[in-house]
Design a protein around this ligand. Structure first.
Ligand code: RTP
Ligand code: MG
Length: 140
């Protein structure tokens, strides 16, 4: 498999708090994604600002940072052909009200800002985000 066939996901603090880690990982596996790396971790405010630097200055930035640093997250690298595109299809639209039936956000998101999961938006960002959380000894 090509090295570009990975994506980086986070199960966000709201979904971790609600004990949705297991069901979400189940859906991920059932849909053909292989877990190459995974950890339960916490984004400090500084790390959350760094991860979402692209959104700095947008009206929702401060809420996004305070939510993403509000509790533990699960970060994971997922492998599959067309991982970025297929995973974004599996999670559904950013706003759960617009997400298709059966998508992870439709099933587990509470709102636009508390939307259960993250998925990388390009192959380049998948590589950058994978390196943000994991070193080479943690990727299998
Ligand atoms: P993500 O990066 O978390 O996978 O989500 P995404 O690509 O679908 O959406 P993006 O545009 O990258 O936005 C990042 C996160 O910011 C929150 N958001 N809030 N209130 C708002 O208008 C708004 N817009 C975006 C969401 O939690 C979104 O996942
Ligand atoms: Mg995004």
């Amino acid at each position: 498999m090509h090295k570009n066939d990975i994506t980086l996901t986070m199960i966000k603090p709201g979904a971790v708090k609600k004990n949705h880690i297991g069901p979400i990982l189940g859906i991920i596996n059932e849909n053909g994604f292989r877990i190459k790396a995974m950890k339960l971790t916490h984004l400090s405010v500084d790390l959350a600002r760094k991860f979402y630097a692209i959104h700095e200055g947008k009206p929702f930035f401060d809420d996004l940072i305070s939510f993403m640093s509000s509790g533990p997250i699960v970060a994971a690298i997922l492998e599959k052909e067309n991982a970025v595109t297929d995973f974004r299809a599996l999670i559904g639209a950013t706003d759960p009200d617009k997400a298709e039936e059966g998508t992870i956000r439709k099933l587990f998101a509470e709102s636009l800002s508390h939307n259960a999961v993250h998925g990388s938006d390009s192959n380049d960002n998948a590589q950058i985000e994978a390196s943000f959380f994991f070193n080479q000894t943690e990727i299998f």
